[in-house]
Design a protein around this ligand. Structure first.
Ligand SMILES: Cc1cc2nc3c(=O)[nH]c(=O)nc-3n(C[C@H](O)[C@H](O)[C@H](O)COP(=O)(O)OP(=O)(O)OC[C@H]3O[C@@H](n4cnc5c(N)ncnc54)[C@H](O)[C@@H]3O)c2cc1C
Ligand code: SF4
Length: 808
């Protein structure tokens, strides 16, 4: 049977949740095509704050990886926005020239950050905080610049400011109002929030109106309307969002602040719907995920219904906000401002730094602010959602946590089964408890995978953990960490089973160990692939389909869908022949940017995917593994060859190390450096393995990291010869390969197992060291240059790089 064609414009949180809801109802109903402007699969935008604050990584916030799209037969076009919609012929057109007819079309184009039109707003270093690119820009900027200014003291601005503080920047927050988060807090709680954040190191400039952004090419400061000014080399604007509706308007859809929709998310055009921040329902365009997910559910039910719906559609939502800054508990919902017809219960404990305000209108709770203790939030929210009559209730019953001698037990104990635990995803206590008992769940991660609870902002994780304890009676905190939501097994258990049972293929691992999904996910697939090859490098095949896209295509993907090619330059040394080839390739393929990197090589940015094999062939150089979980570079100082301080051959040792370990797979990327004297020009102190020439030999530093988690390397050993350095690195790296969890950097690994332990197994146990070196030699014997493998194989070129002609 011909399936109806469904096209989704916008690969973000609301759109993809709608598809998930549709597929829950009828998996095979539609032939689905998704267009996304950003070059990523669907990710959790909310968690960008946590990425900036260094609590998680971009890889970890992917909600639906590429495998999910493939498994569900969804045609995905990332980095390719839709530019035209013909609502009469029912066809969409993308920027890259793809044309898709539709039976049903969903707009889920989200919002754009609002940028104040100030003089100087176009200067380098002035950005918004909306997507992965903005987050990465801030993380990068913090490496070179020190003074940040955040314009906007709302939720987003404060989360950005906290992240920039974590990145060791000095942060000024500029806010136009006289207290923070005035859209969610009253003056009292706003003041308490300010005091708390000031104690964390933020500086506030309130009641300030920015006049202009000053500087030359890059921003250098801000000037205010009152004549004062501050210095700043990074400016983040967090002053609001505006629904992304240009395409909808161009396509003739009726729109005001956002695209107008009815209770079934139907727009003014036939068969065209809108959900998410780009939709306006009864005069409101929501900017939080909970209402957007409710809209997605309604739309899915409507679009899959055989008969016109008789049930009421979307009725609007009660929204709430929570600030995601560690150490600050803030909750705000509904109408929190006192009005003529409202009365409020207020509790202010200055000793404990707790403030609570519950606003009652008539016989109903209509709004609340909780600062310092948010344990009452799920119950208050439920009261508001249910419109519960509180006229007969004692004040203490409205705020039970304030009752004298109030119990310290978790608020989940007193909650009814119908009460919502996860506000973003609308998951009730009853639904979570049933999932825990029926499916035998034992970790928060499993509850997340099974019920969606805590899958968005993560604010309800403590409540989910309390429910697990309540339902299973087990100490959740002590539960082992499973590899991912597909399994109960930890990383260590999976490796042990691969060894013990002689498992040799990903599918075999998943079958034998009882994986819950047939194909695994973006966390377990690459990990298992790594472990299999680590355990038996000779016999176990690499499964390239389980690798992340960069590793699969042997180049780094850029935000616009092009790739970066980084050829190897051993020890950072090059010659005229290589430079000539790079120049020729750059001209022939119109490479937009050539850049010398901190790793001492030359990056060719902006190469088209289908050109990659030809670029590699024309370069005639080996892959620099700049994309791989493997040895990246060995940075060297010039050393004895030319430097007047150098007494050692740093370049020679660097080249030897790079040639030896160049294609060894490791749990995470590995960087090395060799400096010929303690002046340390190659920055050996912040590399996974850093070698420094000293009087009478070499010192080896391990576990250094120059990235987000800045860490100086630990002095591991001092030896006399190059051979001893190479052997020690070999044994250490093999131990790390065998015992670290996939995606664990050496810096974290050393902190987990301890430096003393590493000295014991590598330096004191001679037999053990020899055995490690032998196993490393076996693994090294399988290393191959991946570029050459592809250049030599027509089949691989076709499979991975040939431009697929898209049927229209
Ligand atoms: C840092 C940060 C923290 C946040 N914290 C919270 C929080 O704690 N709680 C909360 O509830 N909400 C939070 N939010 C808001 C929440 O992320 C958004 O409400 C939600 O992501 C909106 O979903 P959406 O699908 O409507 O839009 P988006 O997630 O923005 O997705 C829209 C997508 O459509 C794409 N697109 C646009 N035009 C086109 C086109 N023509 N063709 C193809 N693709 C197109 C865009 O590139 C984008 O990827 C936060 C937002 C940010 C930025
Ligand atoms: S580290 Fe020492 S030897 Fe190497 S370049 Fe710097 S000063 Fe010269």
């Amino acid at each position: 049977m011909m399936r109806e064609k469904l096209v989704l414009i916008g690969n973000g949180m609301a759109g993809i949740r709608t598809l998930e809801e549709i597929m829950k109802i009828d998996k095979d109903r539609f032939e689905i095509t998704v267009f996304g402007e950003e070059p990523y699969p669907n990710y959790n935008r909310i968690m960008l704050s946590k990425v900036l604050q260094g609590d998680t990584s971009v890889d970890d916030i992917v909600l639906n990886d590429y495998v999910w799209y493939a498994e569900n037969q969804i045609e995905l076009h990332t980095g390719d926005p839709v530019v035209k919609v013909d609502t009469k012929k029912q066809v969409v057109y993308s920027e890259n020239g793809i044309k898709r007819p539709y039976d049903k079309l969903i707009f889920a184009t989200g919002s754009n950050p609002f940028m104040l039109p100030l003089p100087g707003a176009d200067k380098e270093g002035v950005i918004a905080f909306r997507n992965i690119k903005d987050t990465e820009t801030m993380i990068e900027a913090a490496k070179s610049y020190k003074k940040a200014a955040v314009i906007g003291g709302g939720l987003l601005g404060l989360e950005a400011a906290r992240g920039l503080l974590n990145l060791n920047m000095e942060v000024d927050v500029i806010h136009i109002s006289d207290y923070l988060m005035e859209r969610q807090l009253d003056a009292q709680s706003g003041k308490m929030l300010r005091q708390e954040l000031e104690s964390q190191g933020m500086n506030f400039l309130l009641e300030k109106n920015t006049d202009s952004i000053v500087g030359n090419k890059r921003v250098e400061g801000l000037r205010f309307k009152d004549g004062t000014s501050i210095d700043a080399d990074l400016v983040v604007m967090a002053v609001g969002i505006k629904p992304n509706i240009d395409l909808a308007k161009k396509s003739g859809l009726k729109a005001e602040r956002a695209i107008l929709v009815d209770d079934y998310m139907q727009t003014s055009a036939k068969n065209v719907y809108a959900v998410g921040e780009c939709a306006e329902h009864r005069g409101i365009a929501y900017g939080l995920v909970a209402p957007l997910y409710e809209q997605g559910k309604v739309l899915a039910e409507h679009i899959c219904a055989e008969e016109p719906s008789t049930v009421p559609g979307y009725q609007g939502s009660v929204v709430y906000t929570q600030l995601k800054v560690s150490g600050v508990d803030v909750f705000s919902a509904g109408k929190f401002v006192d009005g003529e017809n409202t009365k409020a219960i207020r509790v202010h404990d200055e000793f404990e730094g707790v403030y609570k305000k519950v606003v009652v209108e008539g016989d109903k709770v209509v709004g609340a602010i909780l600062f310092g203790d948010t344990s009452d939030s799920p119950r208050l929210l439920q009261m508001m959602r249910d419109g519960q009559d509180v006229s007969e209730m004692d004040k203490v019953a409205i705020l039970p946590s304030e009752a004298e001698g109030g119990s310290k037990e978790s608020p989940v104990v007193a909650m009814a089964d119908s009460e919502i635990i996860c506000g973003c995803n609308g998951v009730s206590k009853g639904a979570i408890c049933s999932a825990i008992t029926d499916q035998g769940l034992s970790t928060v991660e499993e509850v997340k995978q099974c019920t969606n609870a805590s899958r968005s902002c993560g604010g309800c994780k403590p409540l989910v953990a309390d429910l697990l304890e309540l339902t299973t009676g087990a100490e959740v905190a002590n539960a082992k960490e499973p590899m991912c939501g597909c399994t109960d097994h930890s990383h260590e258990e999976v490796v042990e089973q691969i060894r013990e049972l002689g498992l040799s293929h990903r599918r075999e691992v998943m079958n034998v160990l009882g994986w819950e999904s047939d194909e695994g996910c973006s966390k377990c697939r690459p990990a298992i692939n790594y472990y299999l090859k680590m355990v038996d490098p000779i016999n176990n095949e690499d499964d390239h389909t389980s690798r992340f896209v960069n590793e699969r295509l042997h180049a780094n993907i850029n935000h616009n869908g092009t790739f970066t090619v980084v050829p190897r330059m051993y020890g950072g040394v090059t010659n005229a022949d290589q430079l000539r080839k790079i120049a020729d390739v750059a001209e022939k393929y119109e490479v937009p940017l050539l850049k010398v990197t901190g790793g001492q090589r030359i990056d060719l940015f902006g190469v088209e995917k289908e050109d990659l094999p030809n670029v590699w062939e024309d370069l005639g150089m080996r892959s620099g593994s700049a994309y791989a979980k493997a040895l990246r570079t060995v940075k060297t100082c010039v050393g004895e060859q030319f430097c007047r301080f150098g007494t050692q051959d740093s370049i020679g040792l660097g080249i030897e190390l790079e040639k030896k370990f160049e294609y060894i797979n490791t749990p995470h990327k590995v960087k090395m450096a060799v400096s010929a004297c303690p002046r340390n020009c190659a920055e050996s102190g912040i590399k996974d393995f850093g070698v420094v020439g000293v009087d009478g030999g070499w010192e080896l530093y391990v576990g250094g990291n120059g990235g987000v988690d800045l860490r100086g390397g630990d002095l591991f050993v001092k030896v006399e010869t190059k051979e001893e350095i190479i052997d020690t690195i070999s044994a250490f790296m093999q131990y790390y390969r065998e015992n670290a969890r996939y995606l664990e950097r050496t810096s974290h690994f050393i902190e987990r197992v301890g430096l003393d332990h590493m000295k014991k197994v590598i330096l004191e146990d001679e037999q053990g060291r020899k055995a490690l070196i032998e196993r490393m030699e076996v693994a090294l014997s399988t290393g191959k240059d991946p570029w050459k493998e592809i250049v030599d194989s027509e089949e691989k070129k076709k499979e991975l790089f040939e431009k697929k002609s898209v049927e229209v």
